[in-house]
Design a protein around this ligand. Structure first.
Ligand code: AMP
Ligand code: MG
Length: 416
């Protein structure tokens, strides 16, 4: 089964726009067991379109195209396909009606030039586009079955799922489900995780397991396969089980679950609440926690106490403590955590104070030095993080926020 993509648009070949449709289609088709063999990016030139379509019609079994279905002169897909299939373009009355109705719903008269969008190569079937004007095209040309979709990413995705995939299934082309199960971890480096999982990531391991890292969150990616979704998922379960047992509390969860979600979930399960006092992270923890649905059950609020004197005036960190130990210190982090916990009436007070760079205010404290404080009813502790003096400010802030949230998560798990 040869699957080919033709990704059309001069805004793509010029570099003005990034082709995201190609990536999405490659993933989607691979998950259906139809991996893409060729993908061509081409501009809105007639000769180039003819050549690319003719070649695909000869060598592929399935061709998915993106773009070129608009109403303007440079939209060539309809004509190209008709020429390659050796048929005429005919007006499809049903498509014309759909396009008119689309304009009518927007209280507009259909401009005459949109009429060309109702043209279809003879013998083609229109693919209904419920969110835009241009219908897609489904037809045989040469050896290949063509599915032509609009370039607008949201329309392309919807039409692929709702129009193309059911047709592929009824042709018996999709009889396998390939899925990727993602298990996320935080608290170990990528190399350390890999070292503990060499048996799983070995080339010959079934199912296939990969490791990726993104902003210090490490993800295992398990490839599952089977005749249906349930079987494909079940084929990943023994490996998922091994990962959960081996990495224990380091496992955050699956899919999109990252440190903030897992932190909110752990607090919620333990029936604990959180208050934050942030300095060098400038409210990043508050922002990330509050993007998680359900945060209101566990998050009391936070203070961004950036200037040194505000740590005293707003939080009540003793002036002498700051004078004695410096503002970036274990003592100040602990005091901030205790104070914010009391002021906001939370079970856990969490604080961050550090040097995010690019310049450090003191030689003794290199850029990347961050203290995190954590206070509960009966304890207060702090942790020193060395996040790297060469790291950019944004990375230091992001890592500091993640480590602080993760400590909260682990505390909630222990106390829950
Ligand atoms: P078209 O269907 O060629 O008229 O494209 C309509 C819109 O979709 C334009 O804003 C394009 O920039 C965008 N678009 C077209 N092709 C792609 C692509 N491959 N990836 C992302 N956006 C695209
Ligand atoms: Mg275009």
């Amino acid at each position: 089964m040869n699957v080919e993509l033709l990704i059309i648009g001069s805004e793509l070949t010029s570099g003005d726009k990034l082709d995201t449709n190609g990536q999405w289609l490659c993933r989607r088709l691979a998950s259906l067991g139809l991996p893409v063999r060729f993908s061509t990016l081409l501009g809105d030139q007639w000769q180039d379109n003819l050549l690319a379509f003719a070649m695909a019609a000869e060598r592929a079994d399935l061709v998915v195209t993106s773009g070129g279905l608009g109403p303007t002169q440079d939209d060539l897909t309809r004509e190209t396909l008709a020429r390659v299939a050796g048929v005429e373009l005919l007006e499809d009355p049903a498509s014309l009606e759909t396009i008119r109705a689309m304009f009518a719903r927007r209280n507009r008269e259909m401009p005459e030039r949109n009429r060309v969008q109702a043209l279809l190569p003879a013998g083609a079937e229109a693919l209904f586009n419920r969110t835009g004007t241009a219908p897609g095209i489904w037809m045989q040309a040469g050896r290949a079955r063509f599915a032509c979709l609009p370039g607008v990413p949201s329309e392309l995705k919807l039409m692929m799922e709702e129009q193309v995939e059911p047709r592929l299934r009824s042709l018996g082309l999709v009889n396998r489900v390939v899925l990727h199960r993602i298990i996320n971890l935080f608290g170990l480096g990528e190399a350390e995780v890999e070292a503990k999982a060499l048996d799983l990531t070995a080339r010959e391991h079934t199912p296939e397991v990969g490791i990726t890292a993104s902003d210090a969150t490490i993800s295992f990616r398990i490839r599952g396969e089977g005749p249906d979704e349930a079987t494909a998922f079940a084929s990943t379960e023994p490996t998922a089980q091994i990962i959960r047992e081996r990495f224990g509390v380091l496992v955050l969860g699956e899919g999109d679950v990252d440190v903030p979600h897992a932190t909110v979930a752990a607090l919620s399960r333990a029936g604990l609440t959180l208050a934050t006092a942030e300095s060098c992270t400038g409210g990043l923890i508050a922002e990330r926690i509050t993007t998680v649905p359900g945060a209101s059950q566990v998050y009391r609020g936070g203070l961004v106490t950036y200037a040194t004197d505000v740590k005293s005036s707003a939080l009540g960190v003793p002036v002498e403590l700051i004078a004695r130990h410096g503002v970036v210190s274990a003592e100040v982090a602990e005091s901030m955590a205790v104070q914010v916990r009391n002021k906001l009436g939370a079970s856990i007070g969490l604080s961050v104070t550090g040097e995010a760079g690019p310049n450090s205010s003191s030689d003794a404290i290199p850029v990347g030095t961050v203290y995190v404080g954590l206070a509960t009813a009966d304890s207060v502790h702090s942790k020193l993080l060395q996040l790297g003096r060469e790291q950019p400010r944004g990375i230091i802030q992001s890592r500091a926020a993640k480590h602080a949230m993760n400590w909260t998560r682990l505390t909630a798990i222990l106390r829950g």
